[in-house]
Ligand binder design. Structure first.
Ligand SMILES: [Cu+2]
Length: 175
């Protein structure tokens, strides 16, 4: 009898745990994930996405990994005068009830040591890790950057599409 109650308690606990885990899994979503194609001869790439924290508690993105590159680091774009540079950040805070978007001029995920060139139509498997939430695995499509329209939140000067024009010229030179 005691054994049966013990088992019941165990199963109930297990059920509670599963329910809580499911609730937590739903509290962070990743949307709009995309990677830019890599430039000719360049082994760094960038990935953008939006993280939404639907939960009631703060969380943070603490890391990322992909088999397609040697490392995936969170970078913040820093504007010093007219010069755009970037610095590595260890965690990206995700306040409850808010969405944080990685976008040009704000944040990006930088892939270094990309193993084979990322071309439009490819997908990059990506694992995101969080302070509290369970890791999330997504497949990130590689999409050619859209030239227009420029998102209204971004000053036109910050657009970096010109960078993506050089491979075309190189391709033409090669043929
Ligand atoms: Cu970077």
């Amino acid at each position: 009898m005691g054994r049966a109650i013990g088992l019941l308690a165990f199963l109930t606990c297990l059920f509670c745990f599963v329910t809580v885990a499911n609730a937590e899994d739903a509290s962070i979503t990743v949307t709009g994930a995309h990677a830019n194609p890599t430039l000719l001869g360049v082994t760094t790439g960038v990935v953008y996405f939006t993280l939404s924290n639907h939960g009631a508690t703060p969380d943070a993105l603490t890391g990322a990994a992909t088999p397609a590159a040697e490392s995936a680091e969170l970078h913040e774009d820093v504007m010093t005068g007219d010069v755009m540079s970037m610095k590595k950040i260890d965690t990206l805070p995700l306040p409850p009830g808010a969405a944080v978007t990685l976008a040009q001029g704000k944040y990006h995920l930088m892939l270094t040591g990309v193993k084979s060139p990322l071309k439009p139509g490819d997908t990059v498997p990506l694992t995101l890790t969080f302070e509290k939430h369970a890791p999330i695995e997504i497949d990130v499509p590689v999409i050619k950057p859209v030239k227009t329209p420029v998102p209204s939140s971004m000053p036109p000067g910050m657009h970096m599409d010109m960078l993506f024009e050089s491979p075309k010229q190189s391709d033409a030179n090669l043929s």
